[in-house]
Design a protein around this ligand. Structure first.
Ligand SMILES: [Fe+2]
Length: 550
């Protein structure tokens, strides 16, 4: 067997090829890739233009392997146009027939377009922790809908859970999603599993080396959060690692320490160590968010504001993480103030939709251990009528889309069996005669777990083994509108319709969630064992409307 390092030396063949939007999506993209060894004259050819690529090289802080990543910004393009490109280098083993693909730039002005989204993709290589075959079908699903671009909502490949092979996991991830991401931009955000030991102050070096994202103009924090405009929509991509209480980044559970390769010069990472980055920007991200939302809402050419971030303010997964008070404290008031329409998450490996929420109900949560009242700042639903059309100028809809491809399906949701409430949406009606049969149907209320404080690692009853606790509080999830109990896998498809159509004076976005029934390794509701499947069928469709801003 050839040693990987020796075989790779001098191999500049492009792989893991993917696109992101440039600073202006109607005028440019960035072509990014990696190669097994250092590339000589790495470049993109588009028409008669040859664009040299910038090298962004790093050495993994645990296994000591070097990664060569390349980035070629392609600007000066026409809006709504299709371009062919090739990627190559002098030491490209495919130089005679280099990799080629096509992409489309964003339209200019108030035009219709489609995008798709999910998070938590992993890789199809089941040798890696949390990887699963569905992640290949998930990439195919993106292609089947031919969106203008895709939003990948964090927890890209879980390299941190395979700490001695992080570059190999990233490679399988990049080569899997190349099938789609070379044809249309995939816009990512950071999740907790992008936080890696030995790779930069927040552990983001692997991610930041592979992605070139629009500049946020905040010195020292490039690539961690950003925004971009397409048509009448402002997209805002955030790193919730900066505000969440939960500690879910790189972690050594023990009993053994994690010992980096000697070549790295890094000391062993002792059992019980986690990389906890809450507050890393010192408020810079939240200040940027306020500026960005204020400018967006003040711009008459912006109708919609859509936020992408990994962790959740409104998730009622029972076996997953749940909701986090940190997001509710720091960002939901801004979402209210500037009428953010839609928030797209990952993190919990399921599908859940909230009603539009605005403001908060106070002192309605309970500490899990003691039942003491806790202020979880429960988002307040402005309606609990699930009629399929929601005016998001009155409240923000949250979608949990952690349904990409990881093997840990978490489509199991909280129910408060101990609570005295009769209705999932809160108080029962005062007029029991509404129910001719006598008593109203008794439905246990939905319940969400909420992190209200940091769950730093604690020693377990096993010597030298540490664990991080689950969320510390619960609340009745009166904001939860729809949960997919049939599968933890799916893809959301969004069609932005700037014309009034059926909604005079308004603009609308049609949303359809497609799901892969039977893909769960084990369905928590039924116990049925499943297998990866290419069949994505419709789960639900609904429409968001709001007045046009001009
Ligand atoms: Fe996550």
């Amino acid at each position: 067997m050839t040693r990987k390092g020796r075989a790779a030396a001098g191999d500049g063949t492009p792989e893991q090829i993917h696109l992101t939007w440039g600073e202006n999506p109607s005028a440019g993209v960035v072509v990014s890739w990696a190669s097994p060894g250092p590339a000589i004259r790495p470049r993109v050819r588009i028409g008669q233009r040859v664009i040299p690529a910038e090298l962004r090289q790093y050495t993994d802080g645990i296994n000591g392997e070097t990664v060569w990543a390349y980035h070629a910004p392609v600007g000066g393009l026409r809006p709504g146009a299709t371009y062919a490109y090739t990627v190559t280098a002098d030491n490209d083993s495919n130089a005679a027939d280099p990799f080629s693909a096509t992409f489309r730039t964003a339209p200019a002005g108030r035009k219709a377009f489609r995008f798709t989204s999910f998070g938590d993709l992993a890789t199809p290589n089941t040798a890696w922790v949390l990887s699963y075959g569905q992640s290949a079908y998930a990439v195919d699903a993106v292609e089947s809908f031919q969106p203008l671009f895709h939003l990948l909502n964090g927890d890209l490949c879980y390299a941190d859970l395979n700490p001695t092979t992080q570059p190999e996991v990233w490679r399988d991830f990049g080569n899997n999603n190349q099938t789609s991401a070379a044809n249309r931009p995939w816009m990512p955000c950071l999740g907790n599993h992008e936080v890696e030991f030995g790779n930069g102050p927040q552990g983001f070096t692997s991610y930041l080396s592979r992605y070139t994202l629009p500049d946020n103009d905040v010195p020292g924090f490039g690539g961690r959060w950003y925004s971009f405009r397409i048509g009448s929509v402002l997209f805002v991509s955030l790193d919730a690692d900066d505000v969440v209480y939960q500690d879910a980044g790189a972690f050594v559970a023990g009993p053994a320490a994690l010992t980096p390769a000697a070549s790295t010069g890094n000391p062993p990472i002792e059992a019980g160590t986690s990389l906890y980055v809450r507050g890393y920007s010192g408020g810079a991200q939240t200040a940027w968010l306020q500026r960005t939302l204020a400018a967006g809402r003040g711009d008459p050419s912006v109708d919609w504001i859509i936020v992408q971030m990994h962790q959740c303010a409104c998730s009622s997964s029972a076996t997953g993480n749940g909701s986090d008070l940190g997001i509710r404290q720091q960002w939901l008031p801004l979402f209210d103030q500037y009428e953010v329409d839609l928030v797209l998450n990952g993190h919990d490996h399921d599908y859940e939709r909230s009603f539009p929420v605005r403001g908060a109900d106070t002192d309605v949560g309970h500490e899990t251990a003691t039942r003491a009242v806790v202020n979880t700042l429960r988002p307040h639903p402005v309606t609990t009528t699930d009629n399929g059309v929601f005016d998001t100028s009155t409240g923000t809809v949250h979608l949990i889309l952690g349904c990409g491809g990881t093997d840990a399906n978490l489509d199991d949701y909280g129910i408060d069996t101990a609570d005295g409430s009769l209705f999932p949406w809160g108080r029962p009606p005062r007029t029991p005669q509404l129910f001719p049969g006598g008593s109203p149907p008794r439905t246990p209320p939905r319940q969400a777990k909420v992190f209200t404080r940091a769950d730093r690692p604690a020693l377990t009853s096993t010597p030298d083994v540490y664990a991080r606790a689950a969320a510390d509080a619960v609340e009745d999830a009166i904001w939860s509108a729809r949960r997919d109990t049939s599968t933890g896998y799916g893809i959301a498809v969004f069609d932005v319709n700037p014309d009034p159509g059926d909604f005079p004076g308004q603009t609308s976005i049609s949303v359809t969630q497609y799901h892969a029934v039977g893909a769960d390794p084990v369905n928590p509701a039924t116990g049925d064992k499943g297998a990866p499947t290419p069949d994505y069928t419709e789960f639900e469709t609904f429409t968001l409307v709001r007045p046009r801003s001009s």
